[in-house]
Design a protein around this ligand. Structure first.
Ligand SMILES: *[C@@H]1O[C@H](CO)[C@@H](O)[C@H](O)[C@H]1NC(C)=O
Ligand SMILES: *[C@@H]1O[C@H](CO)[C@@H](O)[C@H](O)[C@H]1NC(C)=O
Ligand SMILES: *[C@@H]1O[C@H](CO)[C@@H](O)[C@H](O)[C@H]1NC(C)=O
Length: 456
């Protein structure tokens, strides 16, 4: 076991370094405004870190020195099977013939360059073998498209006869089209797929998530359609970004089985209510449901999410009161319920959550709330709480009494209304002003709402 584990480890060390970079870079600075040309500069920065693992001796297959010709002719030796690097090199050079490359990203992909030095290519020692392999491909922001307006299928790179050694495939902001090849499933060490901001079509790529190692899935800003399969929530994914596609239908009831921390379903065409099981997702830290057509009431189970920092269901058609259980969201910093059909009293225990009071953001604008408790008044004053465009007497920027009257006359009630008054935690925050400050980090998921490459 020892040796195997070690080999796989070295292969994965690279991976975890990258994953870590994905998550650490840019936390400090707001990168939202960064241009894509900045993103292009990044692979070089990473090189230094990875050189220990991926760098190394040059020249395999690139020219080589000619052997002296033998005196007497022999029968030619049987052709040697291609080694992993050579096979990958041919795939990459062939890929180059298929593309228009306006940023010259693949400029050094040529016969004179060692394949591990190709821009965007990462090599590592293949597990259990003493040979290098192309372990990762990063074309983020390259903006390559099919040559002369032809479609650029993902299968031009993601085939099992091409580079099955891949552990990650990052192609943010390119012109890849068509469906996700089923071959990805057969890559034994594949763990990060980023196809964001391309023109990928078809149903949810179930094959892509069947790979057992996959932890990072970024499909946002594509043209995917159809339902989100329940299998997605059975996988050990840490990150699921599928916002800005055309997914439809209800979220599967097993949503809460996912161990993921960061999930974005924003800006699709999802319908139905938010499943109860969301409240039991063990690691859920940030989730964006905004910009869909969700309706029904919020499940009171959401209040169980002790680690949730971001919960955003804005721009839907959700109704009912805010369950008192929301006062138990003890890590919440961004709670956004704006632009829905919520009504009733804003629970005072929600306005007492220290992480919200302390630089958080509670947006309830554009609903039908008609009352706020004393702790909420102070949050309105400190601009943490936005209740504009509601039905609250005595506040500016509210809906007209007539509009409110008509809404309340026809408002929908929620099933099991008494559950909305249950508080499943000790809602005892003490004196808010004396609370110790919780260290807060910038949220990750809101950055996914821009199409460019993510620096988490
Ligand atoms: C959602 O569906 C409506 C019509 O049913 C359509 O107009 C809209 O573009 C769709 N939105 C997305 C994000 O696909
Ligand atoms: C996620 O939750 C599972 C199940 O509770 C746990 O085993 C795992 O360690 C958690 N992962 C993270 C990253 O917190
Ligand atoms: C709170 O969030 C809303 C919605 O994202 C945003 O418009 C507003 O500027 C934020 N307010 C503060 C004080 O950060």
């Amino acid at each position: 076991m020892g040796k195997t584990t070690k080999n796989i480890f070295s292969f994965f060390l690279l991976c975890s370094v990258l994953l870590h970079l994905y998550f650490s870079e840019g936390v400090v600075a707001q990168e939202v405004a960064k241009s894509e040309s900045d993103a292009l500069g990044e692979p070089e920065k990473r090189e230094t870190l990875e050189i220990i693992i991926g760098g190394g001796s040059p020249i395999i297959g690139g020219g080589g020195s000619p052997a002296p010709a033998p005196e007497t002719p022999c029968p030619p030796p049987p052709p040697k099977p291609l080694n992993r690097l050579e096979r990958a090199r041919r795939v990459l050079l062939n890929f180059k013939t298929l593309i228009d490359d306006p940023t010259c990203y693949t400029q050094n992909w040529n016969e004179n360059t060692y394949v591990c030095d190709f821009r965007g290519i990462r090599c590592a020692t293949y597990p259990k073998e003493d040979q290098k392999a192309v372990a990762g491909l990063d074309l983020n922001g390259a903006r390559v498209t099919g040559k002369n307006g032809c479609a650029l299928p993902l299968s031009s790179l993601l085939g099992v006869n091409q580079i099955p050694e891949l552990t990650f495939f990052h192609v943010n902001s390119n012109g890849f089209a068509g469906t996700v090849p089923t071959d990805v499933i057969k890559f034994p060490f594949f763990f990060e797929l980023d196809l964001s901001n391309n023109k990928v079509k078809g149903q949810f790529p179930l094959d892509a998530i069947t790979s057992n190692q996959l932890v990072f899935l970024d499909l946002r800003f594509n043209e995917l359609t159809g339902p989100i399969p329940y299998q997605l929530f059975q996988k050990d994914l840490d990150v699921i970004f599928i916002n800005n596609n055309h997914f439809t239908q209800c979220l599967p009831e097993n949503f809460g089985s996912t161990p993921a921390r960061y999930l974005t379903f924003a800006n699709n065409n999802l319908t139905g209510s938010i499943p109860k099981s969301v409240g039991f997702a063990p690691n859920l830290t940030e989730v964006l449901f905004l910009g869909n057509q969700f309706d029904g009431c919020l499940p009171v189970e959401i209040g169980n999410l002790k680690k949730a920092v971001v919960f955003d269901v804005s721009k839907n058609s959700i109704t009912g009161p805010i369950p008192l259980s929301f006062g138990c969201l003890k890590s919440i910093q961004y709670l956004n319920l704006a632009q829905n059909k919520f009504y009733g009293c804003v629970p005072d225990n929600v306005c007492q959550i220290p992480s919200l009071r302390n630089n958080g953001n509670l947006s309830l604008a554009d609903n039908y709330f008609n009352e706020v408790g004393p702790s909420c008044w102070s949050l309105i004053k400190s601009k943490v709480l936005d209740v504009s465009k509601n039905c609250i007497p005595g506040l500016p920027n509210q809906r007209s009494p007539n509009e409110c009257y008509h809404f309340y006359k026809t408002k929908k009630t929620c099933p099991n209304p008494s559950s909305f008054y249950t508080v499943p935690c000790k809602s005892h925050w003490g004196n808010p002003s004396s609370e110790t400050t919780v260290p807060t980090s910038a949220p990750v998921t809101y950055k996914t709402l821009k199409p460019h490459r993510l620096r988490l």
